[in-house]
Design a protein around this ligand. Structure first.
Ligand code: HEC
Ligand code: HEC
Length: 393
């Protein structure tokens, strides 16, 4: 049997079958599944991830001169790693367990289930157009990962998410698996598995996940004339009448920064304040401005998944913003007040929470506009899909 990594499971399966003869309920279905083998099936020549990213960049960051290049062989290896539950301690959880293609790589659960039923502390983030994010703003809801290469290794070692005790253990495990040898060979010219190669390949894959083919994008050259009257009203509100577009900037609908939108007066999860001791209490309640691309698919919403629908999110912005001390100035009523802190006006603390007083029609228009950001093609694009097929032994 060539799959040395499966041996413990083969044993468990036997034990399980034996147990099931005596007591059916004690048998865990997940153990039985390991009797069959999953293997990646890949195209004869690698998919062209790089050209997708260049197209996406032209739409999402048209004015950026930074060059970005995806290595297609590295991304191919990264795709296999992303979908491989062997990256978790008990072969149950892959990156894709919590980042589902059908959900723009987010998770419909409020908190994601880890490798042994534990739950993540926060709602999973979708993965799209990460090539557009520089390391300066960090990764995760609170920006605690300094680079994407560091970030992609963190869930593997996380005691809730994938549970590998060390990446050394993972390196040894993958080195013994036959389908990784040609993949590493192809990407690096040698089949040696190392931590930095795993990180680099995963990074090339996740950076290559693009979102640029939505209805909104298709109207780029025609002043959005393809949008309905209602969607265009939403667009007007979003970018001209309300502050939405000053944080969710046109392009990738994020501003690569962390702010408090006043979800609560006091946050149970302090966000950036959990680790950024330099900023002290000024970091409390600061979270990443997430992209709104494919937002119709990535419910529930906010770092703690507290809102189930876009209507609830809009109602929060309309009437529910709380007077948190770090509430961003763009979401305060600044009429009649004077802010002289030009360096950091967001922490000035003047102005009550903004009340938008939107009509029902305008609330619906905003929701209709947000729904134009869905890129259907990403959801079924084979380049980003699960390459594994199950082979019965
Ligand atoms: C058990 C669920 C789970 C697994 C498994 C998991 N993630 Fe995540 N992922 C999350 C959650 C939850 C967040 C948000 C956490 C936070 O911000 O504190 C996240 C955030 C991310 C982000 C941050 C994106 C951003 O915008 O900053 C990336 C990238 C990512 N994960 C990639 C991966 C990769 C690669 C793997 C596999 C090696 C993986 N994840 C495995 C749940 C998971
Ligand atoms: C001051 C910057 C800022 C402004 C202005 C702003 N947002 Fe946000 N938005 C954020 C941040 C930060 C979050 C995440 C907050 C959290 O989870 O704690 C967010 C979250 C969201 C989400 C949920 C995203 C997800 O993936 O869970 C939606 C939808 C949204 N905003 C839409 C809007 C709309 C519509 C407006 C205008 C009415 C708006 N935003 C105005 C910064 C802003």
């Amino acid at each position: 049997m060539p799959y040395t990594h499966l041996r413990p499971f083969a044993f468990l399966t036997c034990a399980c079958l034996l147990a099931s003869a005596l007591l059916l309920e004690s048998c865990d279905k997940n153990e039985l599944k390991n009797a069959s083998v999953r293997k990646p099936v890949l195209p004869a020549s690698a998919y062209d991830y790089d050209s997708d990213v260049q197209h996406a960049k032209a739409v999402v960051q048209p004015f950026s001169h930074d060059s970005i290049e995806i290595n297609n062989d590295l991304a191919t290896l990264g795709r296999v790693l992303f979908y491989d539950p062997a990256l978790s301690l008990n072969n149950r959880t892959s990156c894709a367990s919590c980042h589902k293609q059908s959900r723009a790589f987010a998770d419909p659960a409020q908190f994601s289930e880890g490798f042994v039923n534990g739950e993540t502390k926060r709602n999973s983030l979708g993965i799209q157009n990460l090539f557009s994010r520089s390391d300066a703003s960090g990764f995760f809801w609170d920006g605690r990962a300094e680079t994407l290469e560091k970030q992609v290794l963190m869930p593997i070692r996380d005691h809730v998410e994938m549970g590998m005790r060390s990446t050394d253990e993972l390196v040894v495990k993958l080195q013994a698996m036959d389908y990784y040898q040609p993949l590493f060979e192809n990407a690096y010219g040698s089949d040696k598995v190392t931590e930095s190669r795993i990180a680099e390949a995963l990074t090339h894959f996740v950076k290559a996940i693009p979102s640029y083919r939505s209805k909104y994008d298709q109207g780029r050259d025609t002043e959005r004339s393809n949008l309905s009257v209602q969607e265009r009203r939403g667009f007007e509100l979003f970018f001209r009448e309300l502050p939405c577009g000053s944080c969710h900037l046109d392009g990738n609908f994020e501003n690569y920064a962390h702010t408090s939108i006043g979800l609560d007066v006091e946050y149970a999860d302090k966000g950036r304040g959990e680790w950024d001791l330099g900023l002290g209490t000024m970091a409390y309640g600061l979270f990443l401005t997430p992209t709104l691309r494919n937002i119709a698919l990535t419910a529930p919403y906010m770092h703690d998944g507290r809102f189930q629908t876009l209507e609830e999110v809009i109602e929060f912005y309309n009437s529910g913003i709380q007077p948190h001390p770090n509430l961003d100035y763009r979401l305060r009523d600044l009429s009649g007040t004077f802010t002289d802190d030009l360096i950091n006006p967001g922490t000035q603390g003047s102005g009550a929470p903004l009340r938008m007083n939107l009509t029902e029609n305008d609330k619906q228009a905003l929701v209709a506009f947000l729904k134009t950001l869905t890129d259907q093609e990403l959801l079924s694009d084979p380049k980003y899909s699960d390459p594994f097929v199950t082979i019965e032994e």
